[in-house]
Design a protein around this ligand. Structure first.
Ligand SMILES: [Zn+2]
Length: 400
């Protein structure tokens, strides 16, 4: 059933749909503070201006559009991010921003006047695809990431975050953060729970603890034709066994393990590799399960390395603890919307802000369940349902 809001969603969505779209893959290349993302940020300012919402920045690259006093306290914050992973989907991030503008339109059309300020946000570098640290903007704002460290982060071309931003980032802004009384991030679901629940919109309960571990396996590079099988010290074998073991250990625990990135030296068809580096992404419902999973993978890796005559080092690159969203707020919103409550395995700016203020997330059904890929999807009707849900939530939070 299509309605007017579905077409208004489509019309606004079409304004940004071509920006940063790769014709070959159908995915998006919208890296933070590059030409495509700057175009989206200009679009954000134009949309805010069209609605008489003054825009401010926090000196870290995050943008805020204000309905109500920009200096007011106990504001309700909503929004998401524009940036994408390489060849990412259209909805991850931008859906939360487009929905926020449409929710404002819905509220105004219904004659709603908030008694608390409403603030629309576009956070910078949420995916970490350019400078390597996910949720960079929200981490800077909250002080979870040091401004000097962020300033020196470099992209693949050697450009620093400070250079891309045009200034040294401001870092923690406690007085600004203190003006926010709640944050609601609407996001496309990155799984199929809402498909199974037959519901267009859901409310998040928690973000699984997750982390990244790099494992370097060093063996002996040698000739593929002349080295006897018995004489080899092949790190590829250790690596391959570890990938399979990680998959098995994750399945045994109901957790998630992925090795999606690998570097091989010298990376030649006719050479036994001298070194293989793999990156393990592991996630689980609770920290004990996550630790158990990673320990088990480390154990298998060490055991296999002994058999292969290789040497391994495991480096913990980042670990994000369990984020339990404000239980009272999630329940209140789920009751208000009659929506199911579900956990997620993906990180978000909402996860960073949840440590500082009551935070909730709304998910919009994704029929493919696929995300970080061109196959990520959402129907216009479900997006309209998301806007309607967000508007109800914002009315509930800003008017009472
Ligand atoms: Zn996202």
């Amino acid at each position: 059933m299509s309605d007017d809001l579905s077409s208004r969603f489509r019309a606004l969505w079409d304004e940004i749909a071509p920006v940063g779209r790769d014709a070959a893959s159908g995915g998006y290349l919208r890296y933070a503070l590059t030409g495509t993302e700057l175009e989206l940020r200009a679009w954000f300012r134009a949309q805010a201006q069209r609605r008489d919402l003054p825009v401010t920045g926090d000196g870290n690259g995050n943008l805020f559009a204000h309905w109500g006093d920009p200096e007011g306290s106990d504001a309700v914050l909503t929004g998401s991010h524009f940036d994408s992973v390489p060849h990412g989907g259209a909805y991850d991030g931008p859906l939360g921003i487009v929905s926020a503008f449409l929710a404002v339109d819905e509220l105004r059309a219904a004659g709603v006047t908030p008694t608390r300020p409403l603030v629309l946000a576009a956070f910078v570098e949420e995916e970490g695809a350019r400078f390597g640290v996910p949720c960079l903007g929200s981490r800077l704002l909250t002080g979870a990431l040091d401004a000097d460290r962020a300033a020196g982060l470099r992209d693949a071309a050697g450009v620093s975050f400070a250079e891309a931003l045009g200034d040294r980032p401001a870092g923690a802004r406690p007085e600004l953060l203190g003006r926010f009384g709640a944050f609601v991030e609407l996001h496309v679901e990155q799984g199929r729970a809402l498909v199974d629940a037959d519901a267009p919109v859901g409310v998040a309960s928690a973000i699984w603890p997750h982390g990244r571990w790099r494992f370097d396996v060093v063996g002996e590079g040698n000739h593929a034709g002349t080295t006897r099988m018995a004489d080899r010290r092949d790190p590829m074998l250790t690596y391959a066994f570890t990938v399979l073991a990680a998959n098995k250990e994750a399945r045994l625990r109901g957790a998630h393990a992925t090795v999606g990135r690998v570097a091989v030296e010298p990376n030649a068809t006719n050479a036994i590799p001298s070194k293989v580096t793999g990156w393990l992404d592991a996630r689980a419902a609770d920290p004990e399960t996550l630790t158990g999973l990673v320990d088990a993978v480390r154990g298998k890796l060490a055991e296999r390395a002994r058999r292969d005559g290789t040497e391994v080092t495991v480096t913990e690159e980042s670990v994000t603890p369990l984020v339990a969203f404000d239980g009272g707020l999630a329940k209140r919103l789920a009751t208000l919307l009659g929506a199911p409550v579900l956990p997620t395995g993906a990180g978000h700016d909402a996860g960073v802000l949840a440590a500082h203020l009551p935070t909730a997330m709304l998910f919009v059904r994704n029929p493919t369940g696929v995300s970080h890929s061109p196959f990520e999807a959402a129907t216009d009707d479900d997006c309209a349902a998301g806007v309607r849900a967000l508007a109800r939530v914002l009315e509930e939070l800003t008017c009472r």
